[in-house]
Every structure is written in structure tokens, then in C-alpha cells.
Design a protein around this ligand. Structure first.
Ligand code: ADP
Ligand code: ZN
Ligand code: ZN
Length: 746
């Protein structure tokens, strides 16, 4: 009889625990004969009753302190060799330790959905359709409109189900035609080009580099065979993308792959086009809007080496590569790089760690570097590269403040701003108005007694959405029909107060009927196509006034925009989150970057009730560079990140006392450990305190903050505490999680 082999398996469950299973005998024999490696292979295992789960083998024949007779058997060994490369495997282990998140879940998040379900890691063929009957008379189908349309589209071509769907032809229609014997399907494998390096070509259409660009490029290219972290701090319009293209080139020429991480792909079609136009290599995208088959294909391309460049959002940082040679992280300050639930990793930090493990360079690019990054660069940990001038002929915009105090406002617009807009529009230029509040109005209020319509499940007011005709809570997404009467006094006079983008749009149509306005926010750009259509229409000059939320602030080029106005910035000035001022400064700088990109000089205007505020003065007069250096010294004095490190224990429950007291217990456990380790003076435990939004979606939320001057103190302490915290019975009555390096305290 063969010796029993026991596998320790990590599963995607929220427990810091792994489970042992027996390898079935027939597999054990194979395994012993071939010395095949089991660690890193996916398996299907029974878990809790009848359920089958996909897990990953982490250890073979671990030391045991119990009888193995009770162990269940592995149902299926899915892979016959480790699915991921050794480097990626060790990085995921590091991430699991650093973010205190169960390895099984870390692993599952790192691979495409279909692999999580246990499917094979090979390209998926995709279904295509073609006409099968030679002597087909399309006119016979005139009465069935959709079928007729499908046949006309197909003609002599062979098209995929998804491309036909994009043109309005559903699979039902196609299936009906197949049943009539008119259409047939074929399975097409994607093209796999492993020899792209042999045909490598660069487009000759490219600008002459500025001297700053040339300097930055040389700095990176001189050291492109080893680990180095570069920060490219370049003002908007300074030509950072051109730098990216020039450091990518030699890496591709060596036949190595490049990973580019961006905040949001749907928002940057123009940037992707620039990569495609420059190099004739296979480029694949990796983001959540892809369907599961496309996700798997792009994953396979990266792993096999048939993708020269992968451009993706946050989770693309986990792509497995055949030979990764360079990582670029664009807009590195963007908050979307931090995952805000479950496995709360930061893609930037993971990327830097990854570049280190892979021994390759990484470049972080931004006009407004995050303070953490800037601090590392100023300390010399990262190599700091600068682009201080706009590329081409573009001049930086001029900035000014409008003091709103006492002015009559029209949907938030001051008379000065309205006049200014008129001047810019008359010259046939475009104007951007920026208001980070969607909906019609942020509050609905009783005109007689002041009663406000509050969400019953959150510490927040309902936002009034006029065209959709309902109230909407932006925190728990619940909706409510518009009430007819005040709850308190019964008055029917309910009025909206404050201004959202929907209302501003209405006013702009009245104020500037001759100049078409377009509104860009999450309410009217849910579909990717509609957003792209808007971008095209804006560039064609169909719209003159562009009104939007944060979405408009991200990397678009609108050459005819000469005026950018921030309608209301006061909210961020007096916020108790110490990062609010950093975010406002980044937003202001990014939005200003949209003005005057080409030959035309731009102008930026900020409306505020507090024109004397230090932050605003410094931003307007000196810009982000000076502001950020100054603000960093303030952080240092207050011993706040990046001069200290934090972790947050979050807890929520229907019952406020349960949530708070569980964190109280956590605090005791953690303080015992710090005392044992004699670091109680270096690691502070603050709280529990209520979250800044104490109630959200019906749950009461509390937080416990850990702060120390070294990362390692926090991660070691938490690691030691975790087994005890996991076992606290009180923890089962609440939802709790750990957020290492938190970026918000909402
Ligand atoms: P950033 O990403 O820094 O905001 P971009 O890379 O988008 O800036 O460049 C802004 C504009 O300047 C683009 O239209 C780009 O084609 C152009 N550009 C970049 N480098 C140069 C250069 N060396 N000479 C002329 N134009 C350039
Ligand atoms: Zn009332
Ligand atoms: Zn709510």
C-alpha cells in the first residue's frame, strides 16, 4: 500500500486557517512515481456538508498532531503543475502576511474568475457564426426583421457571438437561424503570437523629446535590467506618456513584457490608442468590464508570453508573466489603487514589491504624487524625475479665486463666473465645470419646519434625483419615492437645498441655450459606450459646456477647453480626515490640467467662501509642488503617515454595543502583545471610536486604530494577535476586518 499523502489546502473563506485533505491513492502513486510538485496546484475538495470548493495546495505532508483517519479526500486534482510562477506565489504569500488576509482568498483574487471555479487554464475558443447554405436568398427572411438583419450583417463573413451582440443581434436569433439550417457555428481560437519581438517596429510618427523628457528616459533606460523605483513627477500636459513610450521600447526590444497599470480603463481610451499606434506588438487589456472568457484569454497571453504589453486596472498587478521586464503605474496617487473591501491591498505597494522580487524597474507617474510616494522620493528611496514644463506649445493655465461671500448665486454659479464663461464661449472655446455631487440636490427639506429627509439606514441625507424622480442614498444605495408631506409638521412644501450636477445642467441650459451642455457623471455614463460617445462628441465640438464630477478629472485631452471652474470646494477645507486637503489639492491640480492643453492659454477659477484659507492660497499661488512639500512638514509634526504607519480594525453590527465591545477586546489582546514585546511605547492603540459615518446601511460601525513608527511593528503585532482574535467568540456576532495602511476612515 502506498503511503498516504496529506495536502494542506487554502480555501477562499474569511478564516485565517487552512485545511488538510488526503490525496486519493491512485494520485498518490502517480505523485510518488513522478515526483510531481503538488504545492501550487488547484484542487477540488469537499467542504462543510455537500459543498465542493476549489482550493490551492500550500503544503504537502505537514506535521500533524491528530489522527488522519478522519480526513476527507481530495475530489479532483485540477492542475498537474503549479498554476502560478514561484515569484508570484511568494508575492501572494507576502501580501497575505502584510495585509493580514487569508491566503486562500488572496490567491483566488489573483486569478481570473473562471480559474477560481476550477476551469482549465487554457485559451477559450469563442463561438463564431457563418452562413452555411450556399444558395441562400436573404429576401426570404424579410418578414423576420432580426433574422434578416443578422444575415445581412454576416454576408460572407464569420463573426463572433459577442460582436454580433454589440450590433443588436441576440443569440436567440442566431440559434433560430441555425435550427433552420441557415447558419452554423465554429469555434475560433485566439491568435497567439509568440514572435512579436522579431517583427518589432516603432511608428516613426513621434515628437522630438524635450530635454526634461530625454533626461528622465535616460535615467530609467540606463538601469532597466535591475530593480529601481522611479517617481516621474510631471505636471499635467508635460508629456509623461511620451516618457512611458520611450522606456517601454528597449524592454520590448529585449523581448520582455511590460505591465501598465491605470486607474480606470474605460476612462482612458485615448491613452491606450497611443500605445497601439506606437508599437506593432500584441497589447491586451485586463479590467473588470471584460467578460470572463476575455479575462482568461488576456491572462493566458501574459503567462505564455504572447502579450507584449498588458494594460490593466488594479487587479492586473497579479497577472502572471512569462518574462516581465517593466512596470509602469500611471496616476499613481489615484485612490482606486487601494481595494476597499475584503483583501484591502494597495496596487502601488504591491507593484513596488513585485518589481523588487522580479528585479525589474518600476516607474510611478503623476502630476500630483501621493504624499507617501513623494516622501520616499524626497528621502532618496525612489529616484525622483521631474517634468516641470508642458510639452509642445501649451502654456500653464492662470488660476484665481472667486469669493462667494454675499453674492447672489444661480445654481451655485456666481455672476463673475457666468460672465467669464460667456467670454470663453463666445471665442468658440469649451468650458469645464466641476462639481463633485451628482443628483439634483443633496437634501430635501421642509420649508416650514426644516425637517430633512434622512436615510433610515445611514447617518446621511437622501439625494434628490429629479429626472429619475426618486430619493437616493449614495451610501447604502437605497431609494425612496419623493414624499409629498413633511413627516414632522405635515406641510406639503418640500424644497430641495444645495446643488447637484443634474440641477446645474438644468440651469446651464437656461443660461446658455446657444451652447450645448453635456453632463458626465455616474448617473448618465453607466454604459462604457455612452462614455466613449461623449468623449468623441466633446472632441468634435458638439458640446461647449462640459459639466461633471471626478470622472472628468482623469487624463483626458480636450484641446479646446480654456476655462475650468471648480464650483464648490469648501467641503474639503474643513474635513476632519487629514487626507482631505491632499485630495483636494490633487483634484484641483488634475482638473486645472484640463485647461489650455494646446495652443490656447487656459484659465482656472475656484469658487469659495474662504478665499483667505491657507491651502487655497498656496495652491493657487504656488501649485502642488510647494503645497505638497509644505503639507508634508505638517504631517511630520503631527506624526501622521507617511511619518508613521497605521492599521485599522473595523467592526460593524446591527448592535452598536456588540461592535464597540468586540474592538475593546481586540485592544486588550493587542496591548498584551505589545507589553510582552516591550513595544507599548512605540505602538499606539487608539479607540474604539465610532467611524465618521457611524451608521451605514443599517450597521453601526466602529474602529480601532494602530499606529507605529515602523511598518514591521504593526504587521508582527497583528500577526501575533490574529490567532487569538480569530478565536474570540464575540467576533462571530459581528463583522470585522483589518485594513493595513488605510486611506479612509469613513
Ligand atoms: P501628461 O500625461 O504628462 O499629462 P501627455 O503625455 O498626455 O501629458 O502629453 C500631452 C501632450 O503633449 C500630448 O498631446 C502629447 O502628444 C504632447 N507631447 C508630449 N511630448 C511632446 C514633445 N516632446 N513635443 C511635442 N509634443 C509633445
Ligand atoms: Zn415640516
Ligand atoms: Zn443609506
Amino acid at each position: 500500500m502506498t503511503k498516504a499523502i496529506i495536502c494542506r489546502v487554502a480555501l477562499a473563506i474569511p478564516l485565517h486557517k487552512q485545511f488538510d485533505y488526503l490525496l486519493p491513492e491512485y494520485l498518490s502513486a502517480d505523485f510518488l512515481a513522478s515526483e510531481q510538485q503538488l504545492v501550487g496546484c488547484r484542487v477540488r475538495v469537499p467542504f462543510g456538508g455537500k459543498r465542493q470548493m476549489v482550493g490551492i495546495i500550500c503544503e504537502v505532508n505537514p506535521e500533524l498532531d491528530y489522527d488522519i483517519a478522519k480526513l476527507k479526500k481530495i475530489t479532483q486534482l485540477i492542475d498537474h503543475s503549479a498554476l502560478l510562477s514561484d515569484k508570484l506565489w511568494s508575492l501572494l504569500n507576502w501580501a497575505s502576511f502584510y495585509y493580514q488576509h487569508p491566503f486562500g482568498d488572496v490567491y483566488q483574487q489573483a486569478i481570473p474568475t473562471v480559474l477560481r471555479q476550477g476551469k482549465e487554464a487554457t485559451f477559450k475558443g469563442s463561438e463564431h457564426w457563418q452562413v452555411s447554405e450556399q444558395s441562400l436568398n436573404i429576401d426570404d427572411f424579410k418578414r423576420a426583421k432580426k433574422q434578416h438583419q443578422a444575415l445581412t450583417l454576416l454576408g460572407a463573413q464569420c463573426l463572433s457571438t459577442s460582436s454580433l451582440k454589440e450590433q443588436g443581434i441576440t443569440r436567440v436569433t442566431l440559434k433560430a437561424l441555425q435550427d433552420k439550417g441557415v447558419l452554423e457555428t465554429i469555434d475560433k481560437q485566439p491568435q497567439v503570437n509568440l514572435n512579436w519581438v522579431n517583427d518589432f517596429e516603432e511608428s516613426t510618427e513621434k515628437p522630438n523629446l524635450t530635454s526634461e523628457q530625454a533626461l528622465a528616459i535616460t535615467a530609467v533606460n540606463q538601469q532597466n535590467q535591475t530593480f529601481n523605483c522611479f517617481l516621474l513627477e510631471g505636471i499635467t500636459g508635460s508629456g509623461k506618456t511620451e516618457v512611458y513610450l520611450n522606456i517601454i521600447k528597449p524592454v520590448l526590444q529585449m523581448g520582455r513584457q511590460v505591465l501598465i497599470i491605470v486607474p480606470e480603463i474605460g476612462l482612458t481610451p485615448q491613452t491606450i490608442q497611443r500605445f497601439q499606434q506606437r508599437f506593432n506588438v500584441p497589447i491586451y487589456l485586463k479590467h473588470s468590464a471584460l467578460n470572463s472568457r476575455e479575462q482568461l484569454d488576456s491572462w493566458c497571453h501574459a503567462k505564455q508570453g504572447s502579450a507584449a504589453i498588458i494594460i490593466g486596472t488594479r487587479s492586473a498587478i497579479f497577472s502572471d508573466f512569462k518574462d516581465l521586464g517593466l512596470i509602469i503605474l500611471d496616476e499613481e496617487h489615484d485612490a482606486s489603487f487601494k481595494q476597499q473591501d475584503g483583501f484591502r491591498y494597495h496596487a502601488r505597494d504591491f507593484a513596488i514589491k513585485r518589481a523588487h522580487v522580479e528585479q525589474i524597474p518600476i516607474l510611478l507617474g503623476s502630476a500630483t504624487p501621493a504624499f507617501e510616494t513623494l516622501h520616499n522620493a524626497l528621502q532618496g528611496k525612489y529616484q525622483h524625475l521631474h517634468l516641470t514644463e508642458r510639452a509642445g506649445n501649451a502654456k500653464p493655465p492662470s488660476s484665481s479665486l472667486i469669493n462667494l461671500a454675499g453674492l447672489p448665486l444661480q445654481s451655485g454659479l456666481s455672476p463673475q463666473l457666468i460672465e467669464l464663461m460667456g467670454k470663453h464661449l463666445e471665442k468658440n472655446n469649451q468650458v469645464i465645470l466641476f462639481l463633485n455631487r451628482r443628483g439634483y440636490a443633496p437634501v430635501l427639506m421642509c420649508h416650514e419646519c426644516g425637517w430633512l429627509v434622512k436615510c433610515g439606514r445611514c447617518d446621511a441625507f437622501y439625494t434628490y434625483h429629479k429626472s429619475a424622480n426618486y430619493l437616493h442614498c449614495h451610501h447604502c444605495t437605497s431609494t425612496l419615492p419623493i414624499p409629498h408631506q413633511c413627516n414632522d409638521c405635515g406641510s406639503t412644501q418640500l424644497i430641495s437645498t444645495g446643488v447637484g450636477t443634474e440641477q446645474l445642467e438644468e440651469s446651464l441650459n437656461q443660461l446658455f441655450p446657444a451652447y450645448p451642455t453635456v453632463r458626465i457623471d455616474r448617473d448618465n455614463t453607466r454604459k462604457k459606450e455612452s462614455f466613449n460617445q461623449y468623449l468623441t462628441d466633446i472632441n468634435n465640438g458638439k458640446y461647449k459646456i462640459l459639466l461633471g464630477t471626478q470622472m472628468l478629472a482623469k487624463g483626458h485631452h480636450f484641446p479646446d477647453v480654456t476655462l475650468v471652474a471648480l464650483i464648490d470646494v469648501d467641503g474639503a477645507l474643513f474635513c476632519n480626515d487629514y487626507r482631505a486637503s491632499e485630495r483636494l489639492a490633487q483634484l484641483y491640480t488634475q482638473v486645472s490640467g484640463r485647461a489650455g492643453r494646446a495652443e490656447k492659454r487656459g484659465q482656472v477659477v475656484l469658487q469659495t467662501h474662504h478665499p483667505e484659507h491657507d491651502l487655497l492660497q498656496e495652491l493657487v499661488n504656488s501649485g502642488y509642488q510647494d503645497f505638497s512639500r509644505h503639507a508634508l512638514t505638517e504631517r511630520q509634526m503631527a506624526q501622521l503617515p507617511p511619518y508613521s504607519f497605521q492599521a485599522l480594525l473595523r467592526c460593524e453590527s446591527d448592535n452598536a454595543t456588540l461592535a464597540e465591545s468586540f474592538l475593546g477586546l481586540c485592544k486588550q489582546v493587542i496591548e498584551q502583545i505589545t507589553q510582552l514585546n516591550k513595544i507599548e511605547r512605540r505602538l499606539f492603540v487608539l479607540g474604539p471610536i465610532p467611524a465618521s459615518m457611524e451608521r451605514r446601511a443599517g450597521k453601526y460601525r466602529f474602529q480601532l486604530l494602530l499606529q507605529a513608527d515602523h511598518r514591521a511593528l504593526i504587521s508582527k503585532t497583528l500577526h501575533q494577535a490574529l490567532p487569538t482574535l480569530d478565536k474570540l467568540p464575540e467576533g462571530r456576532k459581528v463583522r470585522w476586518s483589518i485594513d493595513v495602511d488605510p486611506i479612509d476612515f469613513i
